[in-house]
Design a protein around this ligand. Structure first.
Ligand SMILES: [Zn+2]
Ligand SMILES: [Zn+2]
Length: 255
């Protein structure tokens, strides 16, 4: 199993647990034997966001640890050519994790209806939008479908997802993945799909590997419990034969 996790939320994200403090997370990850981690918060309040970024960077730099700690951000596409952050804000971070499918957030373009064919068309459109956005370093949880967003139960999710994927235009997806490889963009390998029974993602990750796309390991944790979920990826990593050479790692910027 790999010892990195580049998608961790601190309590800067309003949706994360209150006890998700930088130092405590680093200590917990030390105990788990992690060697490289990355914070990727969202929900930086508009007025205070620059100050929050500076405070978070300070907290990281003051924390003595042998772990390599990166500082990223999770943004999302609102629609084509419209990311939720601008270049100036993005430049404060080591990497931008761009979510194509934050459909629960107001302002994000949604499929016209919760029908599998329309969701497939829309998800691919948003995936292409994220790839074409010059700020994108990594695409967060593509083709991961959250049950409540589409009005289906967790039990129905597995079959529902397979039906959505059956409507994806294969040629367009292949062309999109070639562009991902060309631009050196990472694709997030997320343990979140496991509890939703989204086995279609194993085929998607397999396709990524066939197109020489690099995979990015991210738990998307909002709590200490969720940090442990990264280990749920183990069977997929061994099944797909993912090794170090298949991984995307953040750049090392000097702040
Ligand atoms: Zn997300
Ligand atoms: Zn996240």
């Amino acid at each position: 199993m790999f010892t990195c996790d580049y998608h961790i939320h601190t309590n800067i994200s309003q949706c994360a647990m209150e006890n998700m403090e930088v130092e405590q997370i680093i200590r917990a990850q030390e105990e788990r034997g992690m060697t490289e981690i990355g914070f990727a918060d969202h929900c930086y309040g508009f007025r205070y966001r620059i100050k929050k970024v500076e405070d978070a960077k300070k907290k990281i730099s003051q924390c003595e640890t042998a772990i390599k700690v990166h500082f990223g951000v999770e943004a999302h596409m609102l629609q084509y050519r419209m990311p939720s952050i601008g270049i100036e804000f993005a430049s404060l971070f080591d990497y931008v994790l761009m979510a194509p499918n934050h459909y629960h957030i107001p302002g994000v373009s949604r499929p016209d209806a919760n029908k599998p064919r329309l969701i497939a068309i829309h998800e691919l459109y948003m995936f292409e939008a994220a790839i074409n956005c010059p700020l994108t370093d990594v695409i967060a949880h593509p083709f991961l479908f959250f049950p409540r967003v589409f009005g289906v139960t967790k039990e129905e999710m597995s079959n529902f997802s397979l039906e959505v994927m059956s409507h994806i235009d294969d040629k367009r997806l292949a062309a999109a993945l070639d562009m991902v490889e060309d631009l050196d963009i990472g694709i997030e390998l997320s343990p979140k799909f496991i509890s939703f029974g989204q086995n279609h993602l194993i085929d998607f990750y397999q396709l990524c590997l066939e197109h020489q796309v690099k995979l990015f390991i991210g738990s998307g944790a909002h709590s200490f419990n969720e940090l442990n979920k990264i280990s749920l990826l183990e069977p997929i990593i061994s099944k797909l034969g993912i090794t170090e050479k298949h991984l995307w790692h953040p750049y090392e910027w000097k702040w």
